[in-house]
Design a protein around this ligand. Structure first.
Ligand code: GLN
Length: 207
């Protein structure tokens, strides 16, 4: 048995962007991953990663493939979803700079490419609740989380802005934890899956 053999299968939207880096990191932590390109792929999974890349291209693909509605249903069924950078933009319920349609699942306002040129693409260290030492953060034309709604927890921040946030089964990072050797954020994501699976089991045992 692998250490995480009881974990649900993790789907990774594999249209464009750095999906392979997420797969590699999750596999190194013992999780099984599936590349998601169709609704049927998504239905074989119990958790999903929306990777970085270009949110406009990804959004168009989701709409064309029926995945846009399928992901909303997937979240309504209490599955865990993790969005990084472009993926965080897709999860937000308010996208600006420029305005763009999104899945509208996470109560936050994001500004695309919001850090301007200084922070266009670079590595920084910021404070995180997940570890005592500063967390390494790779920003690539990152969005700024400008506002968060009630109940959205800030797990890490950089430059006075939230950069890793969670609400229930949803996790969003404006940086790229899959591009460092620090697996803390992915480990947290797998812990969310374990907690979610345990909760489901408890509920079905009561029924
Ligand atoms: N700037 C990209 C967008 O707006 C996101 C960049 C990234 O995912 N690294 O979609």
């Amino acid at each position: 048995m692998t250490p995480h053999s009881s974990l649900p299968k993790v789907g990774i939207l594999a249209v464009q962007g750095d999906f392979a880096a997420h797969a590699e990191m999750l596999q190194s932590l013992g999780a099984e991953t599936v590349e998601v390109r169709t609704v049927a792929d998504l239905e074989s999974c119990e958790a999903l990663v929306l990777p970085g890349g270009e949110s406009t291209t990804q959004l168009q693909f989701l709409q064309e493939e029926g995945l846009f509605e399928a992901i909303k249903k997937f979240v309504a069924k209490q599955n865990v979803v993790f969005g990084t950078c472009a993926g965080a933009i897709l999860l937000a319920n308010d996208v600006q700079h420029p305005a763009q349609e999104s899945l509208g699942l996470m109560d936050m306002t994001v500004l695309r490419n919001g850090y301007g040129r200084q922070l266009a693409s670079d590595v920084f260290f910021g404070k995180s609740k997940l570890q005592p030492t500063p967390m390494e953060m790779v920003f690539i034309r990152a969005p700024v989380i400008e506002k968060i709604g009630p109940g959205v927890e800030v797990l890490a921040e950089y430059g006075g802005k939230p950069v890793l946030v969670q609400k229930g089964n949803l996790l969003a990072a404006t940086f790229h934890p899959e591009l460092t050797s620090d697996a803390t954020v992915h480990r947290h994501f797998l812990d969310m899956l374990k907690a979610n699976a345990a909760e489901r089991e408890a509920v079905s045992a009561q029924q």
